[in-house]
Ligand binder design. Structure first.
Ligand SMILES: [Zn+2]
Length: 340
């Protein structure tokens, strides 16, 4: 009997659920359901909705065996217990026992199979490793930064997610870039996230428009009423000096962070994904310049070991990478858990 897995991408806004047949064409799902995440209804209600949607998908595939369900969730996520801690975008979900509640809801819906839970950044990186930039380079390890509302991070080693001792490895979004910098939600100041996320770009653009020295940004805000990362991207494409300057700041912050990661991990592949990675052409020159200046591992390898150069690349997979990764997680192939 052919088998399949189900992946879930639980976001603060969207809930995506899809059935995936391993070995099938890379990004083709057998079936999928896209729903709004009814955050206000509370976590128990959302989990029940997920279980019902999975039962619906399974009933549509009666001649195939469901091998497992993989769930990618915003973190921090305590593993192996699968308990959520202090999610900024999901108010009311703090300390929710996601794994246990989800397993109960699945049993209640008559679905019996193994459940795997991981943070969303980790499953997106797993997909990028197995089906995206990792497979393109022929490696099974990578470090990924995801530039979205915040900055996500994940480390894949030997095809397996490196979760750390508590499930909380891969928080490089909160590496300190400038010690006396802008305050971050995590309690630190000057984190990577406050200089290299879409939220950071918007804050920097608003600040520049307020200061009166960035006429292009100010004019955009006056004509449209908003100044988000997409607006800054459009202005950069038009050659606006201040918009380009904001992406240079993004690049410098990323370069400083990557220098630390390259010096620490010595992997061959570092991937930059998320919506803001679409501005690669504007931030990557400063990022690579900063990385080259600050990381002697990067310089040594790329100058002397040229057949094994360190690659810094944009993500290959699109917005379904989290969904694909959750479905891959459910295969259980990445179950190697190093002792820490
Ligand atoms: Zn932080």
């Amino acid at each position: 009997m052919d088998s399949y897995t189900i992946g879930i991408d639980l976001g603060g806004t969207n809930l995506r659920i899809a059935a995936y047949a391993p070995g099938a064409s890379n990004q083709q799902f057998l079936a999928r359901v896209d729903l709004p995440t009814r955050v206000g209804a509370g976590p128990a209600s959302v989990v029940k909705e997920m279980a019902e949607a999975i039962r619906g998908l399974a009933e549509g595939l009666p001649r195939m065996e469901l091998r497992g369900v993989g769930l990618g969730t915003p973190g921090p996520l305590e593993l192996p217990a699968g308990i959520l801690h202090g999610l900024p975008n999901l108010p009311g979900w703090d300390r929710f026992e996601l794994r246990r509640e989800f397993e109960c809801a699945l049993a209640g819906a008559g679905v019996r199979c193994p459940v795997h839970v991981e943070s969303d950044a980790n499953v997106a990186a797993l997909a990028e490793c197995v089906l995206g930039a990792g497979s393109a380079l022929g490696v099974d390890s990578l470090c990924m930064l995801t530039l979205g509302t915040g900055v996500g991070n994940a480390i894949i080693l030997g095809g397996a997610i490196f979760s750390g001792a508590h499930g909380m490895a891969g928080e490089a979004g909160h590496l300190t870039i400038w010690p006396d910098g802008v305050a971050c939600n995590c309690g630190n100041t000057g984190c990577l996230e406050v200089y290299a996320s879409a939220t950071a770009v918007r804050r920097m653009a608003e600040g520049a428009a307020d200061s009166g020295v960035a006429p292009g940004l100010k004019a955009w805000r006056e004509s449209t009423g908003a100044l988000d990362a997409q607006a800054v991207f459009q202005l950069a494409r038009q050659g606006d000096r201040d918009a380009l300057g904001i992406f240079t700041t993004v690049g410098i912050a990323l370069g400083i962070a990557l220098a630390g990661l390259v010096n620490t991990l010595d992997l061959r592949l570092y991937v930059v994904g998320g919506g803001l990675a679409g501005a690669w052409e504007f931030f990557s020159p400063a990022m690579l310049r900063e990385l080259n200046t600050r990381s002697y591992v990067y310089r040594l390898v790329n100058e002397r070991l040229t057949d094994r150069r360190i690659a810094i690349v944009p993500a290959v997979l699109g917005p379904d990478s989290g969904l694909l990764g959750a479905a891959l997680l459910a295969l259980g192939a990445q179950s190697r858990e190093p002792e820490i």
